[in-house]
Write a protein that binds this ligand. Structure first.
Ligand code: E9O
Length: 600
């Protein structure tokens, strides 16, 4: 789905701001639907809470009942449309809303969407008021996770004398807080009645010449009747190639390839624009020219082996939870570069398009992960596969033209040793490959073993999470070299040609806590443990080990549990994005890798 971009043929309004907000706290959580809250202003159903959009609603108020709410949350705002828009296609687009969403305009339902991390939109021409009166936009969002949602979860009804009647809790199968609400921008935008609906761009190069294979999908009243013109603009806006027709190949002489910013070859993160004109519509799609291939034991970017030294992240911060926040995005990319990180995984769901744009523009490589986290054997049924495939289609459709995205990850730490995992992951992985026009490598992230995992056989790149010296043999950092070395050797033996990335390793660390000798949860232990992993990484780096990613970039919020001290503390940065001691270790390491590559 194309991002709503301003152009001479398209107007874009952002509906962000303070919206009205109300929770359906009825015991059944469905009074709001029984009473059809969308039919009248929300104020008639209860006392409104002013709510920031975009944001998670959980940490905005001081109410436990809001933070821990499970069920339907209601949002409302108003907007106007210029009369001239009547001749255009007027669409309403949500960057994301977590999890199930129903949207009404002036009491008329205009769309529903299932899934918390991807955009959805609908044209609202038939519902808007063209007479100059305000339009009431009502949105209901249900954050309940069930065995068939992605991520899956379950509702546990607590019965017996220890609980009040009708008491339930949301069970999560993931280690992060189930933040909910309108998490990203809400756009209102126009297109001409015949418009560019989608674009595929697949790039390649031979010597100094770049090739751009493009396909333009049109929609609207006269989709087969309008002519299409395309031009490639360089970073300075100069036309370097042009053509006509809904598909074809464009040649860029003296091409500037897109490289990760840590590579010394060429210009880092060089971006071109494909300018598409179709009838009255003009759309400008950014892209980079680069190739991604898997060779025996290597991940190749532009035919050069790429070693990923990076982090796994979360969309997570104080107050806003998972809400889009530009200062936070800017700070995170600054700290990624401060660390010398050249890649990250969007653990454990697709991140905001505005974050992905920065990865494209700043030359950070992305493992683009779906919300498939915590899939257990009871989440591997037919309905699950079908939904998971649909989510992968949405993700690929959104991110397929991004040079930063080099690998799709369909899941994190599923029960990939379960009998059902074999069929499930073959199906989801093959489907993902088939819908990506650029045929990027596909993976999932395993926490199982080389001899028990039934799904790794289908991936292009093996990704494993390892916690030697933390979840096993806690405190015994002296075992890491032996255990990790053996583990890597066994994976290598079992899958001799597949490259391997360690996508998680780390230790929980309370900032400011020190002990000599080190013990678990001190800054000293995080440093000591990571240093042991690094020794082993160095032994295999550049052979079949093609990447390392620390868990995690920053501390993040989780559900409450006896194992979590106000969230997961495995960040090398605090939740406020300030370094722990281990961040300096990582920075020294990543810069020494960068400098070594530069001099060879
Ligand atoms: C997934 C991530 O979301 N990986 C977890 C991270 C963690 O810190 C979590 O935040 O807990 C670790 C998975 C642990 C695997 C346990 C293996 C136990 C071996 C005895």
């Amino acid at each position: 789905m194309l991002y709503p971009r301003d152009s001479e043929s398209r107007q874009v309004k952002v509906l962000d701001g303070m919206w009205n907000f109300l929770l359906d706290t009825s015991p059944s959580r469905d009074q709001s639907f029984a009473n059809q809250w969308w039919k009248r202003p929300l104020a008639e159903w209860g006392s409104l809470i002013p709510m920031a959009v975009p944001s998670s609603y959980n940490d905005i108020t001081s109410e436990k009942s809001v933070r821990d709410f499970v069920g339907w949350a209601w949002y409302e705002t108003t907007f106007y449309v210029p009369a001239a828009w009547k001749e255009l296609v007027v669409s309403l687009r949500f960057g994301s809303a977590h999890y199930n969403t129903v949207v009404w305009v002036n009491g008329e339902q205009v769309m529903t969407h299932e899934g918390g991390h991807l955009p959805f939109e609908a044209s609202i021409n038939s519902a808007v008021n063209w007479e100059g009166a305000a339009n009431r936009l009502t949105v209901a969002i249900n954050n309940t996770l069930t065995p068939t949602t992605l991520p899956p979860g379950s509702i546990k009804w607590m019965t017996g004398p220890k609980y009040p009647a009708g008491y339930f809790q949301q069970n999560l199968q993931m280690d992060f807080f189930n933040y909910a609400g309108i998490h990203r921008h809400v756009h209102l935008y126009t297109r001409p009645t015949t418009y560019v609906d989608d674009i595929n761009i697949v790039t390649d190069f031979q010597g100094t010449q770049g090739t751009v294979n493009y396909e333009v999908m049109l929609a609207g009243t006269n989709a087969s009747g309008v002519g299409v013109k395309v031009s490639v603009l360089d970073a300075g806006g100069k036309v370097v190639s042009s053509g006509a027709g809904t598909s074809g190949q464009l040649i860029i002489p003296d091409v500037n390839l897109w490289w990760p910013y840590t590579e010394t070859t060429g210009t880092p993160a060089y971006m071109y624009t494909l300018e598409v004109t179709a009838g009255d519509d003009v759309y400008r799609q950014p892209f980079g020219v680069r190739t991604v291939k898997v060779a025996p034991g290597q991940l190749m970017i532009n035919n050069k082996p790429f070693y990923c030294h990076g982090v796994a992240k979360h969309e997570d911060a104080d107050i806003r939870g998972k809400g889009l926040d530009y200062p936070l995005i800017a700070r995170d990319f600054n700290m990624l570069k401060w660390l010398g990180a050249n890649c990250f995984r969007t653990s454990h769901y697709p991140y905001a398009e505005e974050i992905m744009d920065q990865a494209d523009q700043q030359g950070i490589v992305i493992i683009d992960e779906s919300p498939g986290v915590g899939i257990r054997p009871n989440n591997m049924g037919e309905a699950n596969v079908a939904h998971h495939k649909a989510v992968m289609e949405e993700l690929v459709r959104r991110d397929k033209n991004r040079p930063s995205t080099v690998i799709w990850s369909v899941a994190n730490e599923p029960s990939s040793d379960a009998p059902g995992a074999e069929d499930y992951f073959r199906e989801v992985i093959n489907h993902t490959r088939s819908v990506d026009p650029a045929k990027r490598p596909v993976t999932f992230v395993s926490s199982r073993d080389y001899n028990t995992d039934r799904a790794v056989q289908y991936v292009d790149v093996i990704c494993v999470n390892r916690y030697f010296g933390w979840y096993s043999d806690t405190g015994h950092s002296e075992l890491v070299e032996l255990q990790l070395g053996w583990d890597l050797e066994m994976w290598r033996k079992t899958f001799p040609t597949k490259p391997i990335i360690i996508t998680e390793y780390g230790a929980g660390t309370i900032p400011g806590l020190h002990m000599e000798p080190a013990v678990a949860f001190t800054e000293d232990y995080q440093v000591e443990l990571m240093a042991e992993y690094h020794k082993t990484f160095d032994k295999y780096r550049g052979q079949f080990l093609t990447g390392e990613m620390v868990w995690n970039f920053a501390d993040f919020m989780t559900d409450q549990s006896a194992k979590r001290v106000v969230g997961n503390k495995k960040g090398v940065l605090t939740r406020q994005r300030q370094p722990k001691e281990a961040a300096h270790l990582l920075r020294d390491r990543y810069y020494s890798i960068i400098n070594a590559t530069t001099t060879t």
